[in-house]
Design a protein around this ligand. Sequence first.
Ligand code: ATP
Ligand code: MG
Length: 581
Amino acid sequence: MKTEDLKEETAGNSETVKKAPANSSAPTNFIRAIIDKDLETNKYGGRVHTRFPPEPNGYLHIGHAKSICLNFGLAQEYGGLCNLRFDDTNPIKEEQEYIDAIIENVRWLGFDWQDRLYYASDYFQQLYEWAIQLIEAGKAYVDDLSADEIREHRGTLTRPGKESPYRNRSVEENLDLFRRMKAGEFPDGSRVLRAKIDMASPNLNMRDPVMYRILHAAHHRTGDDWCIYPMYDWAHGQSDSIEKITHSICTLEFEDHRPLYNWFIEQLGVYAPQQIEFARLNLTYTVMSKRKLLQLVQEGRVRGWDDPRMPTIAGLRRRGYTPEAIRDFAERIGVAKADSTVDISFLEHCLRDDLNKRAPRVMAVLRPLKVVLVNYPENQVEEMEAVNNPEDESMGTRKLPFSRVLYIERDDFREDAPKKYHRLAPGKEVRLKHGYYITCVDVVKDKDSGEIVELHCTYDPKTRGGWSDDGRIVKGTLHWVSAAHAMPTEVRLYDHLFTKPDPEEVEEGKTFLDNINPNSLEIIADCMVEPSLADAAPGSRCQFLRHGYFCVDPDSTRGKLVFNRTVSLKDSWAKIEKSEQ
Ligand code: ATP
Ligand code: MG
């Protein structure tokens, strides 16, 4: 098949390049090396037990997906276990909606925690008792300084901290005050419990960190049981310990917290997990902080957490991403010890790799132009046989109705065509994919506006199926739909949500919001798709020939389907890779 215009159909599909970005260490990585060694030395009695610990204060994003794939993936690989644990220590920002979404997202990605769904709030009582234990050992004290004063006393990297005047309260006084904090006797912010470590430590996390604060707020699980809440740093390591986690994998910013976590565990004399840090995922043209994503949602900059332009798992899913593609991406980027940014075109590349193999190929006309085949019998309808995916014969064939009136893409016709234009033009012949050869004989225009409203063409009955046996060459192959059979649909095309590779790079006085791409969504209301899609369910995916991969959006109604373009066919990553070879 010599087709100029359909070249894109397989662009980037033909070669499946399994090369990961330069920062990758896949298939093996330093975390696997640590686990291998621990297994060798029998450090945890041969156990591998990880956990994924999201805070339910927003939806999960592609960065979390990396962590999910890593934690659940390692457990699977080593025949171990992985828990899902909500780090729900801040009732002000946390919501049931987020918990439900997170559970659904992790499942959708293909992972299973069996009966090991935990909440840090399950451990509030234990954490409280451990705090009492530290107070009794003289290792924690109630401080009456305000938050601002505590910050001031903390010092800086170059200046040691200053001890609080309340630091040397007696054990009895501390016990009494802490119990009364818990009993609700004091207002929010009036007192905290702090660990008594070292105000001169070069590590700021060790300068008497806050363990508990007073917060008269209802918790989504414990209700009004508590009015003191543990800080993340006090809850996290102990939660890992309670669950007998072997390898507590987290992102690099927690490296400086590790000495503190170890200190707590040592003071309490409880089981000690091992923390391992890796670099968080950053993607070009994307923001990944939950705070910023929340802002996009709250300010209505996107249509919600699952807007197909969002880097959230819910957004990617709605956009048409497959869990397989995301898992493949996570594996291929690998894990590293240094922060870096992955080109978003690499994520799209992994997606195309997957969709190319399994998305059936169909015809859809996004901007229809009517074509009347003047020599085709008025009421005839032929059923043309079309393969569903040339990459996979087992996906079979389907019947496509062909008739006298068709739609082609407005872009596929030019009245004044330049020499190298291989699509339709007055007097020119092209192939209709799975159809016939047609030749344009007349152009019908609107009398007033001069706009082209219809083309008249002849078809060659000897070219059924889009083939000719007389050796005649046509350069262009167009997609089409039969007007009487096509279904009107809405199509949503997406571009990056931000105009800059690094949306956080802003001039003074501006924010990442100023880098939002005003053209990230284009809605085309009156597209026409072939009738085989009539029963396509929300979430189902296909390739529109020459246009890219698409996915049925849940906004679809019985009468009108809505499609999201998941990704175009042009693989810019494959190009980058080629140029680097
Ligand atoms: P924030 O957006 O406020 O920084 P967070 O992303 O750390 O919050 P958590 O719910 O605490 O949100 O994250 C759960 C887990 O996912 C943590 O173990 C965290 O290390 C990991 N994680 C978060 N962001 C990324 C990322 N970009 N790349 C890899 N892992 C991540
Ligand atoms: Mg976090």
